[in-house]
Design a binder for this molecule. Structure first.
Ligand code: GLU
Length: 300
């Protein structure tokens, strides 16, 4: 089967070092399998977006030599596909309208099922939730984190359409991965606990599909232990230091690196990295401190 991987950034800001590590790992994994690598902009939440961020992200990928295949898909233009998927779930009795507010659910995880039979306050704006299969335990052999086993009953019914009308991540990502023929998902460990929902959704939307292969990478944290993110203002990466950035990202992924990398241009560095890529060298941890990357990883 043809390998199809993808990178799916949310354009709430430019790429930072953490997102570069994710992009690079999924690119290397795809290219080392002669696979395709797709880019999808997860622009589902206009209030969280930064104007111009999508173009800037694409420019950064291009400057680094992380080339993608086919047209970039924008989730903001995929509403019809998400509506069709919601309808499928509704027809199967696997989606229900929910009137619960954040306040009513404070401290209650998983979702206690208040609206599973009918919305408690049908006069309010309604979200839609996916009724998970509480009997299901999602199991997969994660390419980085090893064997995973997650009972859906512990995760509960998840929102797939928000009450403000925006589509929610879990539905959109599943519909798009399916439709784009993705076979391998390589992304940050912060999404590990989303995978069981996506596996369950996949089963419902296309029961005969082969499950994807998942690999969850450690996320890069700053000195105070916070994930580098656009929200906590991680600095945007500067591609004029492309070789150095790629070198540091390879170190974070515990890959062998050329000693004289400084002499290499980004293109040659990437080619070398593709031929030496080993997913099983990526540290099986949740967090990597950005500041410790230079000090504690091995080089060839
Ligand atoms: N859009 C998500 C993010 O930027 C990634 C989604 C995914 O890879 O499944 O964190």
């Amino acid at each position: 089967m043809q390998y199809v991987g993808r990178f799916a950034p949310t354009p709430s800001g430019p790429l930072h070092f953490g997102s570069l590590v994710t992009a690079l790992a999924s690119w290397l994994d795809a290219r080392s399998h002669q696979g395709q690598w797709l880019v999808r902009m997860e622009d589902l939440d206009p209030p969280r977006e930064m104007p111009g961020a999508s173009d800037r992200i694409l420019q950064t990928l291009e400057d680094l030599g992380l080339t993608w295949d086919g047209p970039v898909v924008y989730q903001s233009q995929r509403s019809e596909a998400y509506s069709a998927a919601l309808e499928t779930l509704q027809n199967q009795g696997q989606a229900f309208p929910c009137s619960c507010t954040r306040k009513e659910l404070a401290g209650l995880t998983p979702y206690p099922g208040y609206c599973r039979q009918a919305p408690r306050h049908p006069e309010r704006p309604l979200a839609w939730r996916f009724a998970v299969n509480p009997e299901l335990t999602a199991e997969w052999l994660d390419g980085v984190q090893g064997l995973q086993s997650w009972p859906l009953s512990q995760l509960g019914d998840v929102v797939i359409k928000r009450k403000d009308g925006f589509w929610a991540y879990q539905l959109a990502v599943t519909v798009d991965d399916l439709e784009q023929g993705v076979t391998q998902v390589v992304r940050g460990i912060d999404l590990l606990d989303s995978t069981p929902w996506q596996i369950n959704l996949l089963n419902c939307l296309q029961p005969d599909t082969r499950p994807f292969h998942y690999s969850h990478l450690p996320v890069i944290v700053n000195a105070s232990g916070q994930k580098l993110s656009k929200q906590n203002l991680a600095p945007a990466i500067e591609t004029r230091n492309a070789s150095e950035l790629l070198y540091r990202a390879l170190l974070a992924l515990n890959q062998p690196v050329l000693k004289d990398w400084r002499k290499e241009n980004p293109h040659d560095l990437l080619n070398w990295a593709v031929s030496h890529w080993q997913l099983n060298r990526v540290p099986r941890v949740a967090h990597l401190k950005e500041e410790s990357i230079q000090a504690c990883t091995s080089t060839d």
